[in-house]
Design a protein around this ligand. Structure first.
Ligand code: ZN
Length: 309
């Protein structure tokens, strides 16, 4: 049995912190659950959007680098983020996106599931998928009731030149099982979680993706705790993957490795979670700094742009 339980978080690059708040917070209704800095570049934000409490499997994070050029879609990356919404809510979402001037908003059906595909102003591509039987509560916010709220991730699509080695990794020691194939798409599912879909889109004719605004930096898979993380780290290392040591990211522990198709994979723990330095009621309100950067607070606060949440 693999200790992996679907997705934990997805981290993308953007060109504007305020743009992320406006699109993912105000328009899509995710909650800004953590406002902190990039631990490796403390002069820039690291923003976390999620359901109301920051449940693993719902956490979308951004490194906003003001004015960074757009990346280019292609192979070797996560090309599409799937959010789960309740069946029957796509009309609400189509109207809401169009009223906000978001375009295009494309209706399609993949593996029998209706979805809307669109993108934010940076080109971050996402699908809102009608996922039956997903009881996650989401987040209630201005203009979005619980019944139509985004519940969390449904999964991702990896765009790869050659899907086979990544498929083997996921269905092998990461515990996914192959569920279906449709054209160039293969659907893999992690059992026992709503955020369990990985679609592999094999597209050998496409160019390799370039990092930049709108592109996904890495995806993190979920394990319960550091012990489970140590177990899978050992297995990966034995299989020949170059895996980082366990790194303390304040809200979870992380290990990173490059998957065979070129996508940066992380494995992150549920422990300790987001309500460690502020209560659930006040998540995301104050700038949180890791201990090693706390002495720089006044310098960092002057450097970061103010956010209108
Ligand atoms: Zn991460």
């Amino acid at each position: 049995m693999s200790p992996v339980i679907g997705l934990h978080h997805i981290t993308a690059i953007s060109a504007s912190a305020q743009g992320n708040v406006d699109f993912f917070g105000k328009l899509l209704g995710l909650r800004l659950v953590k406002k902190t800095v990039n631990f490796d570049d403390p002069g820039t934000y690291h923003l976390y959007f999620a359901d109301r409490v920051g449940t693993p499997g719902s956490v979308l994070t951004f490194f906003p680098w003001a004015g960074v050029p757009k990346g280019i879609a292609g192979t070797g990356e996560t090309g599409l983020t799937h959010f789960a919404v309740a069946p029957g809510t796509l009309d609400f979402w189509r109207d809401r996106l169009r009223a906000a001037g978001v375009a295009p908003v494309v209706d399609e059906t993949i593996f029998g599931e209706p979805r809307l595909v669109s993108a934010d102003p940076d080109g971050f591509a996402f699908a809102l998928v009608e996922a039956a039987g997903d009881d996650r509560p989401g987040n209630v916010t201005d203009g979005i009731e619980q019944a139509s709220s985004i519940k969390g991730f449904r999964g991702v699509t990896l765009t790869l030149a050659d899907g086979a080695p990544t498929r083997e990794l996921l269905t092998g020691l990461m515990g996914y099982r192959e569920e279906a194939r449709e054209g160039a798409l293969t659907r893999l599912v992690s059992p026992g979680t709503e955020a369990g879909v990985v679609d592999i889109l094999e597209a050998p004719e496409r160019r390799h993706a370039t990092q930049g605004a709108g592109r996904i930096h890495h995806i993190a898979f979920r394990v319960a705790d550091r012990a489970a993380q140590a177990t899978i780290r050992e297995t990966l290392t034995k299989e020949g993957f170059q895996v980082t040591p366990q790194i303390d990211r304040s809200y979870f522990y992380a290990i990173y490795f490059r998957s065979p198709g070129g996508v940066l994979f992380e494995i992150a723990t549920d422990e300790p979670g987001f309500a460690t330095d502020e209560s659930v009621e006040h998540l995301g309100e104050a700038l949180q700094l890791p201990r090693q950067h706390e002495h720089l607070r006044s310098v960092i606060e002057r450097k970061l742009p103010a956010l209108a949440v």
